[in-house]
Design a protein around this ligand. Structure first.
Ligand code: ADP
Ligand code: MG
Length: 682
């Protein structure tokens, strides 16, 4: 960066003292900081045809004043000033509230430009902006910044103007020539003018296009540099697994792997073999068969003499995994143990010993399995199921034990590609994008809540045939202001309807985890036919005999969550059904219900969800791990993101990038970002 760019903002006329402090408050210290402060929108001052302007819309018109202004004082500092204005063939009224000072500036016969809200019925504009003279003298777009303190837009724009003047040609352009040429992107100075002082709509658009690309390129360079450095540092274990044994295991499985499963197994195995630490996300729709992939990867690691661990978010899920893996791996001689919060102290002690002396190959459990007192002899791979993030703390625990095992995260929340490569940009991503053959699509219907009785009758038919059902309700609290169906109410209602015929169980977040597990177990063993539950069943549970699901107040759920819930049925070979009981008020809500009935494809729904709710809400309100972009928008700029990703990849693997003068600015950025430092906990 040039020294001009790093010059303090107090070199601008009018900046000092209080204003300098306010700017500092906004994070603006240097001229560079200032010009990189982007407006949140541009006010549009283009002339519009008044005859075509809808009622209540903002409009800018140019016209001749046809009357001396008349003013009415309405008490303390309040006034109403009115003129008649001839705009083309239309004679309209223009009203200024509380702008009495304009009285002496406006005279009959003068040409003026005004902006304000158009009242079609009264043929009047309530003006917020006035300038004397024709429109041609003024700008079309005015940037609006979010400012602090008593700083005014106008003052800020003056500072901006000066800063750009001062820096002028000394502004360094971080984008290499070649890139600008091939994508026809504006040079930095013109782009900054396009943001802060645009000539026209096209100028704004082109400026935005340049900064979106630049921002995404830098972001991708950073993410990929982190990955690359980690690989080069080789701080992992190279796992020399026995390929023949792995093939033998696959041959014993009760089904043929899908092509997608084979592909991701290969991707994972390639990572295992290399000396860097694997940091991979495995995503696949509900029911796409991630568990068996996990089993194969764990088995591979064990054939090389290492231990493996599989971590699940709940006890019941851990038990289910233990059952599945036991079935597949015990015949191969693998020794498996289960460790959860309810493992008794004595059993736990034995288990710790066996882990340490290598008598256990594979440990399956909840978070309990990475507690400080759990010591492995030689841990090679940790797999976490159904979790977006394996916490920094948990990784630290492993590292403190002197271990840097490979890590694989599995998630059934399909993440649209744009989000996957941003939120998980520093990870490698494997995707199972195919369902096992012969799966029947879940039949989904959206019905009005008044059809509750019919729905329950339909459900009874299913139960009669020996099947099971879920009934999902959004909230447990009776006191909730929203008129949502209460889980307990529904439970009682169904219990009395099915009295003596079918057993109904109740599950919600207020239950103790051991109580939850008990209910879940009873359901999966068929002692309970109907499970009334809040969304706690959302995660991973596998009860193939459950073929019917009713979701109460379905409009209260997001698409991703509805899809997760629906994934609890359709896990066996029988036809399954999902009934959405919903009376959505908003268009968006209706669209969500319709989308659910139209597709069973989690990735399509995820993309839809992203479009409906935007990236911020996609992961829920909790910290999403998404970076904040100044210009880029992950919903609309996905093409730019993909291009930037490929360019970053090309750059990082070329020698030229590391030596050329053209890419010096990008290199400096990378160095300052810390991405090249390595040795991070992430
Ligand atoms: P998820 O990806 O949601 O965790 P699971 O691993 O629980 O899915 O798999 C869902 C069901 O599909 C299980 O019963 C599993 O045994 C079965 N399955 C997995 N892979 C295949 C396959 N290739 N062919 C047939 N069934 C499969
Ligand atoms: Mg699963």
């Amino acid at each position: 960066m040039s020294s001009k760019q790093l010059q303090s903002v107090n070199s601008i006329k009018g900046v000092g003292g209080e204003t300098e402090k306010t700017l500092a408050d906004m994070g603006i210290l240097t001229l560079q900081d200032l010009v990189m402060t982007f407006p949140y929108r541009h006010e549009d001052f283009r002339l519009k045809n008044i005859a075509e302007t809808p009622h209540n819309e903002r409009v800018t018109v140019e016209g001749r004043v046809e009357s001396e202004p008349s003013i009415l004082f309405l008490g303390r500092n309040k006034s109403r000033l009115q003129i008649r204005l001839l705009v083309g063939p239309h004679l309209i009224k223009v009203v200024f509230f509380n702008q009495a000072y304009l009285k002496n500036k406006i005279t009959s016969g003068q040409i003026v430009t005004v902006t304000g809200k158009w009242d079609r019925g009264r043929q009047a504009i309530s003006a917020t902006h006035f300038s004397s003279g024709p429109k041609t003298d003024q700008i079309d777009f005015e940037p609006m910044y979010s400012l602090k303190g008593s700083l005014h837009q106008k003052t800020f724009r003056k500072f901006m103007h000066q800063a750009l003047q001062q820096m002028g040609t000394e502004l360094e352009d971080c984008l290499p020539h070649e890139i600008r040429e091939s994508y026809k992107l504006l040079p930095v100075f013109e782009a900054l003018e396009g943001v802060h002082f645009p000539k026209d709509a096209e100028h704004v658009k082109q400026a935005r296009r340049r900064f979106v690309y630049e921002e995404l390129l830098m972001f991708q360079l950073k993410m990929q540099a982190i990955k690359k450095v980690r690989k080069e540092q080789n701080q992992g274990i190279a796992i020399a697994y026995d390929i023949q044994k792995v093939k033998d295991l696959i041959a014993t499985l009760p089904y043929e792997l899908t092509a997608a499963q084979k592909r991701v197994v290969n991707e994972i195995c390639k990572d295992l073999k290399e000396p860097h630490r694997m940091n991979r996300l495995l995503q696949g729709d509900v029911g796409s068969g991630k568990t068996v992939v996990a089993a194969i990867a764990l088995y591979a690691v064990i054939t090389a003499g290492f231990q493996g661990a599989l971590m699940a978010p709940t006890e019941i899920l851990a038990e289910q995994h233990a059952d599945s893996l036991h079935e597949w791996l015990s015949p191969m001689g693998i020794r498996i143990a289960l460790l959860t919060g309810s493992t008794k102290t004595k059993a736990r002690r034995t288990l710790h010993e066996q882990l340490q002396n290598g008598e256990i190959d594979l440990l399956i459990g909840t978070h309990a399995l990475i507690q400080p007192d759990v010591e492995f002899r030689q841990l090679g791979l940790v797999i976490t199921d159904e979790q977006h993030r394996f916490g920094v703390d948990q990784r630290r625990v492993l590292r403190d034990k002197g271990m840097s095992p490979d890590v694989l995260f599995m998630t059934a929340t399909p993440i649209p590609r744009t989000l996957a490569i941003t939120a998980f940009g520093e990870m490698d991503v494997s995707t199972i994008d195919e369902m096992p053959a012969g799966r029947k699509e879940i039949e989904t219907h959206w019905v009005k809540k008044e059809l509750f009785d019919e729905t329950i009758k339909r459900m009874a038919k299913e139960l009669q045939e020996g099947k099971q059902a879920y009934v999902i309700c959004p909230l447990i609290e009776e006191s909730d202001k929203l008129d949502v169906q209460n889980t307990v109410d529904v439970y009682e209602q169904l219990s009395s309807i099915f009295h003596n015929k079918f057993k109904v169980g109740l599950m919600h977040g207020r239950l103790h985890s051991s109580e939850k597990d008990e209910v879940m177990r009873a359901f999966s063993e068929g002692q309970i036919q109907v499970l009334v539950s809040t969304t706690v069943v959302e995660v991973g549970v596998n009860v193939p005999n459950a073929t019917f699901m009713v979701i109460y107040d379905a409009e209260r759920f997001g698409l991703a969550q509805l899809h997760q819930l629906r994934g609890r049925v359709g896990r066996g070979s029988a036809q399954s059904y999902c009934i959405l009981l919903a009376d959505p008020k908003s268009e968006e809500g209706k669209e969500r219900m319709t989308s659910m009935t139209e597709t069973n494809d989690g990735f399509k729904l995820a993309q839809k969800d992203l479009e409906l709710r935007g990236p911020g809400d996609f992961f829920g309100r909790k910290q999403s791990g998404l970076p904040e972009f100044k210009m880029a928008d992950l919903v609309h700029d996905y093409r730019a993101l993909e291009t930037a990703r490929q360019d970053a990849e090309k750059y990082l693997s070329s020698n030229e990038f590391w030596t050329s003068e053209e890419t010096k600015c990008l290199r400096t950025y990378l160095q300052n970002s810390g991405a090249l430092d390595g040795d991070r906990i992430d």
